[in-house]
Design a protein around this ligand. Structure first.
Ligand SMILES: Cc1ncc(COP(=O)(O)O)c(C=O)c1O
Length: 477
């Protein structure tokens, strides 16, 4: 131990953690109060440590938001140490996930923690009738795989649907999967080996963290903002500094949890960046069909000329969650993915594929998905208004242009995990920010699902959440 002032000790420790990539450029650093508690010092000492790093241009302060790891342009050249290759961490998220799993299994009255729409938004009666008629006509669908000709017809229909999103998919490159989850996990199994590094957004969908954990992969978390999605600057910075990234998984349209829509220009720039660094991209477009604007945003894959994007889509959110019908188009990896799929779950259930095919052929899919979109948009508007009304000053939300998730950034000092405990006592749940990273980030944020039909009870529950946030900030709970 040297006799350096305490604040410099802390600053040096923070610098080492920045150097080894614990906080990627642009990500939020622990709140001053949290840093002080971590080191057992008072907040002035913690603040002095941050101020020192600010002078060194290693961190930047944002009024009322706290301190952030400096982006590359903030890093002084010359004497100050440049952040080295970003270190990625093996994912271990079991303890955080188990809390959410417990919530889903519980009898909480107002469940706002999952990314799911209420069952009344889906055409259950209509699909059940169709299925009965189909089975009466073709009972052999129970006892057989879907005939090749019928599969090809469905591939053709999906090709047409994708074309309406500006996405040109070769007919022989549509592979059905069990939801997007299987599509992504097959892609990761193909592209990586245990111990490899995968770049993901931060905050990130916790299901992806679980998949990475299961496959023994390391996550390199790249900042993602509600405005523009994945930070290309941060990704480029990591790649240029030699981060050994095997592939990137990105939710380009209405990201979970931030709701971000990556602008078209960024999608094109991301492809250029990937090409320069030989990076394969797994595009998760699970929410793309839930657009609130005029049309499905153009997927990144639409500009992929090299076949390096594995495009993954799903009908789980936009049509029938229980059918678990997903699909992928794997570019130059497609044939290998087909083989992997055979060893994973072989084929999708014939009867479900047949119902989907009928609904697409009749034009009813367009009507069904439009109704879901319209309802989600109304619910999202009502939810965002209510949150802005009820939550304490300094709370930020950006209304997503699609999807079903509202990301709420609370004022500095909000502890959404503690707030969740008090909300659960009132039978209301939400997803606390901490579950959206393998690192202890986003503790001041929460994600609220807008899939529930708006009601006076829901409005009341959002007011309660806002009040609980104020009480938590005031230290009363
Ligand atoms: C970003 C993201 N990817 C994938 C999934 C899972 O999709 P599926 O049900 O099609 O497997 C979800 C579910 O919420 C999600 O939010």
């Amino acid at each position: 131990m040297t006799d350096l002032p305490l604040y410099l000790h802390i600053a040096h420790q923070l610098q080492a953690r920045l150097d080894n990539g614990e906080w990627p450029p642009g990500s939020r650093l622990p709140a001053v109060r949290q840093l002080a508690a971590e080191h057992g010092v008072n907040t002035l000492t913690a603040l002095a440590a941050y101020r020192h790093l600010e002078e060194q241009q290693r961190v930047v302060a944002r009024p009322r938001s706290g301190f952030f790891a400096a982006l590359p342009r903030h890093v002084a050249s010359g004497t100050t140490a440049q952040p080295g290759p970003t270190a990625a961490a093996l994912v271990d998220v079991d303890s955080r996930m188990s809390q959410l799993i417990r919530l889903s299994a519980s009898s909480i009255r107002q469940q706002l923690h999952m990314a799911e729409a209420h069952s009344s938004l889906y055409p259950a009666q209509e699909l059940s009738r169709r299925m009965q008629l189909l089975l009466a006509r073709q009972p052999e669908l129970i006892g057989a795989y879907l005939p090749t000709a019928d599969q090809q017809q469905l591939q053709q229909q999906i090709r047409r649907l994708a074309a309406s999103w500006q996405l040109d998919i070769p007919l022989d490159k549509v592979l059905f999967t069990q939801g997007i989850t299987e599509a992504i996990s097959l892609s990761l199994r193909l592209l990586t080996r245990p111990g490899d590094v995968v770049a993901v957004e931060t905050p990130v969908y916790f299901g992806l963290l679980q998949t990475l954990q299961t496959l023994g992969l390391k996550a390199l978390e790249i900042p993602c903002t509600p405005d523009a999605g994945l930070s290309l600057e941060a990704l480029e910075f990591a790649l240029r500094h030699g981060a050994p990234v095997k592939c990137l998984v990105t939710v380009t349209n209405f990201q979970n949890p931030t709701g971000a829509l990556m602008p078209d220009d960024n999608k094109k720039r991301l492809l250029q960046l990937a090409r320069r660094h030989g990076l394969t991209i797994i595009e998760d477009d699970v929410f793309g069909e839930l657009y609130f604007g005029a049309q499905h945003p153009t997927p990144l894959k639409a500009w992929d000329r090299d076949g390096e994007v594995i495009y993954c889509s799903s009908f789980t959110k936009s049509f029938a969650p229980a059918f678990r019908l997903g699909w992928l188009s794997g570019g130059r990896h497609h044939a290998a993915l087909e083989r992997l799929r055979e060893s994973s779950s072989l084929v999708s259930p014939a009867i479900l594929l047949a119902v989907l095919s009928e609904v697409l052929a009749s034009g009813d899919y367009a009507r069904i998905s439009q109704r879901i979109r319209q309802q989600l948009k109304q619910q999202m508007d009502a939810l965002a208004d209510a949150v802005l009304d009820a939550f304490p000053r300094g709370t930020r939300v950006r209304r997503p242009q699609g999807g079903m998730l509202l990301w709420v950034e609370g004022p500095e000092g909000l502890d959404s995990q503690a707030m969740l405990e008090t909300a659960l006592a009132r039978s209301i749940s939400f997803a606390p920010g901490l579950v959206f990273s393998a690192e202890p980030r986003f503790g001041h944020c929460l994600r609220i699902n807008c899939g529930q039909p708006w009601s006076t009870q829901l409005a009341e529950d959002i007011r309660t959440l806002g009040w609980l946030a104020s009480e938590q900030l005031a230290g009363k709970t």
